[in-house]
Design a protein around this ligand. Sequence first.
Ligand code: ADP
Length: 256
Amino acid sequence: MIPYYKPIAKEVEVFEHSYKQKLPFLLKGPTGTGKSRFIEYMAHQLNKELITVSCHEETSATDLIGRYIIKGAQTVWLDGPLTIAVKTGAILYLDEIAEARPDVIVAIHSLTDHRRELFIDKLGETVKAHKDFMLVASFNPGYQKGFKELKPSTKQRFVAVSFDYPDAKVETEILVNETTIDIAEAKKLVNIANKIRNLTELGLTETVSTRLLVDAAKLISSGLPKRLSVHVAIVEPLTDDLEVITALKDLSDLMI
Ligand code: ADP
């Protein structure tokens, strides 16, 4: 099945050319803005295998490159997802790369420049990347505190595209396509989202993403009352502050 992705700007074209040139690609933007969906779609369009690694603070170079494991009385080497992608010519997607340990950035260094090779220190081997291999990473610039930064010297190794919340018309279209909600309901959800997005004084670390709207729309289409759907899919995931929850509940109840 073709993943559904609604292009927002020129990202499809930029990606196609970056793929042709095998330039590393960085998707920047807040959570739930379609970055993962975009890369799934592009891999499908280009007919390439996609290997995704969701990075977290424990993700290390070893997790990506590979390790020795004990099998019976023997130790055998097991390639990690990065090594597999480099050898087989897949697209490797490092989701939330800034969360990973610093040795991950070191490990991908020689893959993100003209060398296009991976050094496997535990084996003392250097592997040349397959001609189809491409490295893609995502990063949430999170202008608020609590988000990890990506060093400028690392960012400069990628072609980068920004993802953001789509305009109301496009976002409504996404909701209608992703769920069975009707257009009038979708519009209301998008209005609620935009209202909350504009309430910068609430100091939310992250605001309403398209993902939250899709979740609310799914609950509504499934038959859950609308206000309750908005409350549990949009308001509660955004904050734990009781006062803010009450304020957002009042506001969204009025709008749906
Ligand atoms: P991210 O990787 O940026 O956190 P996702 O790609 O997981 O976000 O997007 C979250 C959800 O939002 C998707 O599952 C999809 O339902 C919806 N979505 C967001 N943007 C788009 C888009 N441009 N086209 C289609 N679906 C989208």
